[in-house]
Design a protein around this ligand. Structure first.
Ligand code: HEC
Length: 121
Protein backbone atom coordinates (compact mmCIF):
# COMPACT_ATOMS: atom_id res chain seq x y z
CA UNK A 1 0.00 0.00 0.00
CA UNK A 2 2.77 2.37 0.89
CA UNK A 3 4.35 1.83 -2.52
CA UNK A 4 1.04 2.43 -4.28
CA UNK A 5 0.59 5.60 -2.30
CA UNK A 6 4.06 6.81 -3.16
CA UNK A 7 3.46 6.11 -6.86
CA UNK A 8 0.07 7.81 -6.75
CA UNK A 9 1.33 10.94 -5.06
CA UNK A 10 4.22 11.02 -7.50
CA UNK A 11 1.68 11.02 -10.31
CA UNK A 12 -0.29 13.81 -8.74
CA UNK A 13 2.82 15.95 -8.43
CA UNK A 14 3.74 15.06 -12.00
CA UNK A 15 0.31 16.06 -13.28
CA UNK A 16 0.34 19.31 -11.37
CA UNK A 17 3.73 20.15 -12.85
CA UNK A 18 2.48 19.28 -16.32
CA UNK A 19 -0.60 21.45 -16.07
CA UNK A 20 1.49 24.34 -14.72
CA UNK A 21 3.67 24.10 -17.82
CA UNK A 22 0.83 23.76 -20.30
CA UNK A 23 -1.39 26.45 -18.79
CA UNK A 24 -0.48 29.44 -20.94
CA UNK A 25 -2.67 31.86 -19.00
CA UNK A 26 -0.61 31.65 -15.82
CA UNK A 27 2.58 32.94 -17.43
CA UNK A 28 2.49 36.49 -18.83
CA UNK A 29 2.89 36.57 -22.61
CA UNK A 30 6.06 38.10 -24.00
CA UNK A 31 5.53 41.82 -24.64
CA UNK A 32 4.72 42.56 -28.28
CA UNK A 33 6.83 44.70 -30.57
CA UNK A 34 5.66 48.15 -31.70
CA UNK A 35 4.91 46.83 -35.20
CA UNK A 36 2.85 43.95 -33.82
CA UNK A 37 0.93 46.21 -31.44
CA UNK A 38 0.32 48.70 -34.23
CA UNK A 39 -1.50 46.05 -36.30
CA UNK A 40 -2.95 43.87 -33.48
CA UNK A 41 -4.53 46.79 -31.65
CA UNK A 42 -6.08 48.43 -34.71
CA UNK A 43 -3.93 51.60 -34.67
CA UNK A 44 -3.18 50.94 -38.35
CA UNK A 45 -6.88 50.73 -39.25
CA UNK A 46 -7.55 54.28 -38.11
CA UNK A 47 -4.16 56.02 -38.29
CA UNK A 48 -2.81 54.17 -41.34
CA UNK A 49 -0.02 51.63 -41.76
CA UNK A 50 2.72 54.27 -41.42
CA UNK A 51 0.65 56.46 -39.08
CA UNK A 52 0.15 58.76 -42.06
CA UNK A 53 -3.50 59.41 -41.17
CA UNK A 54 -6.80 58.28 -42.77
CA UNK A 55 -10.37 59.54 -42.85
CA UNK A 56 -10.79 57.94 -39.42
CA UNK A 57 -7.86 59.46 -37.56
CA UNK A 58 -5.12 62.08 -37.89
CA UNK A 59 -1.50 61.45 -38.83
CA UNK A 60 0.79 60.78 -35.90
CA UNK A 61 3.89 61.68 -37.88
CA UNK A 62 5.66 64.69 -36.44
CA UNK A 63 3.37 64.84 -33.41
CA UNK A 64 6.19 64.15 -30.95
CA UNK A 65 6.58 67.90 -30.29
CA UNK A 66 3.18 67.86 -28.59
CA UNK A 67 3.95 64.97 -26.28
CA UNK A 68 6.17 63.70 -23.50
CA UNK A 69 6.37 59.98 -22.80
CA UNK A 70 4.37 60.54 -19.62
CA UNK A 71 1.58 62.56 -21.26
CA UNK A 72 1.28 60.01 -24.07
CA UNK A 73 0.91 57.17 -21.59
CA UNK A 74 -1.81 59.14 -19.86
CA UNK A 75 -3.48 59.83 -23.21
CA UNK A 76 -3.46 56.18 -24.34
CA UNK A 77 -5.18 55.20 -21.09
CA UNK A 78 -7.91 57.86 -21.36
CA UNK A 79 -7.91 59.65 -24.73
CA UNK A 80 -11.33 61.26 -24.45
CA UNK A 81 -10.74 62.46 -20.90
CA UNK A 82 -7.34 63.82 -21.89
CA UNK A 83 -8.68 65.57 -24.98
CA UNK A 84 -11.37 67.29 -22.91
CA UNK A 85 -8.66 69.40 -21.25
CA UNK A 86 -6.45 69.86 -24.32
CA UNK A 87 -7.72 72.56 -26.74
CA UNK A 88 -5.77 71.19 -29.75
CA UNK A 89 -7.15 67.66 -29.37
CA UNK A 90 -10.62 68.88 -28.54
CA UNK A 91 -10.69 70.88 -31.78
CA UNK A 92 -9.10 68.10 -33.85
CA UNK A 93 -11.61 65.51 -32.56
CA UNK A 94 -14.45 67.38 -34.35
CA UNK A 95 -13.11 66.14 -37.71
CA UNK A 96 -13.54 62.46 -36.87
CA UNK A 97 -16.63 60.33 -36.55
CA UNK A 98 -15.27 58.01 -33.86
CA UNK A 99 -13.27 58.87 -30.78
CA UNK A 100 -9.81 57.49 -30.15
CA UNK A 101 -10.43 54.31 -28.09
CA UNK A 102 -8.83 53.69 -24.70
CA UNK A 103 -5.93 51.26 -24.42
CA UNK A 104 -5.84 51.07 -20.64
CA UNK A 105 -6.22 47.26 -20.84
CA UNK A 106 -2.74 46.88 -22.36
CA UNK A 107 0.23 45.92 -20.19
CA UNK A 108 2.23 48.97 -19.00
CA UNK A 109 5.27 47.77 -20.96
CA UNK A 110 3.20 47.60 -24.16
CA UNK A 111 1.84 51.11 -23.61
CA UNK A 112 5.43 52.29 -23.20
CA UNK A 113 6.37 50.56 -26.47
CA UNK A 114 3.53 52.36 -28.26
CA UNK A 115 4.39 55.72 -26.68
CA UNK A 116 8.04 55.36 -27.75
CA UNK A 117 6.91 54.41 -31.24
CA UNK A 118 4.72 57.51 -31.56
CA UNK A 119 7.51 59.72 -30.17
CA UNK A 120 9.83 58.35 -32.87
CA UNK A 121 7.50 59.08 -35.81
C1 HEC B 1 -11.24 53.89 -34.02
C2 HEC B 1 -10.11 54.60 -34.61
C3 HEC B 1 -8.83 54.71 -33.81
C4 HEC B 1 -8.00 53.70 -33.38
C5 HEC B 1 -8.24 52.21 -33.49
C6 HEC B 1 -6.85 54.34 -32.80
N1 HEC B 1 -6.98 55.68 -32.84
FE1 HEC B 1 -5.62 57.04 -32.15
N2 HEC B 1 -6.90 58.54 -32.63
C7 HEC B 1 -8.14 58.39 -33.25
C8 HEC B 1 -8.75 59.69 -33.39
C9 HEC B 1 -10.12 59.97 -34.02
C10 HEC B 1 -7.85 60.63 -32.85
C11 HEC B 1 -8.03 62.15 -32.74
C12 HEC B 1 -8.55 62.43 -31.35
C13 HEC B 1 -8.46 63.89 -30.98
O1 HEC B 1 -7.94 64.68 -31.78
O2 HEC B 1 -8.89 64.21 -29.87
C14 HEC B 1 -6.70 59.86 -32.39
C15 HEC B 1 -5.59 60.43 -31.79
C16 HEC B 1 -4.44 59.76 -31.43
C17 HEC B 1 -3.26 60.38 -30.90
C18 HEC B 1 -3.05 61.87 -30.66
C19 HEC B 1 -2.78 62.53 -32.00
C20 HEC B 1 -2.32 63.97 -31.91
O3 HEC B 1 -2.80 64.77 -32.71
O4 HEC B 1 -1.44 64.28 -31.08
C21 HEC B 1 -2.37 59.37 -30.65
C22 HEC B 1 -0.97 59.53 -30.09
C23 HEC B 1 -3.00 58.14 -31.04
N3 HEC B 1 -4.27 58.40 -31.51
C24 HEC B 1 -2.40 56.90 -30.96
C25 HEC B 1 -3.06 55.70 -31.25
C26 HEC B 1 -2.47 54.40 -31.03
C27 HEC B 1 -1.06 54.15 -30.53
C28 HEC B 1 -3.42 53.49 -31.38
C29 HEC B 1 -3.36 51.98 -31.25
C30 HEC B 1 -2.94 51.45 -29.97
C31 HEC B 1 -4.60 54.23 -31.83
N4 HEC B 1 -4.34 55.56 -31.74
C32 HEC B 1 -5.78 53.65 -32.27
C33 HEC B 1 -8.70 57.21 -33.67
C34 HEC B 1 -8.18 55.95 -33.45
Amino acid sequence: MRLVHAVMSGMVVGLAALSAVSCGDSAPAAPRSAAKLWSDEGCALCHGKQAEGTKLAPTLQGKATHWSRESLLQYLRDPVGYAAQDPRLKEQMKSYSQAMPTYKMLAPVELETLADYVLGL
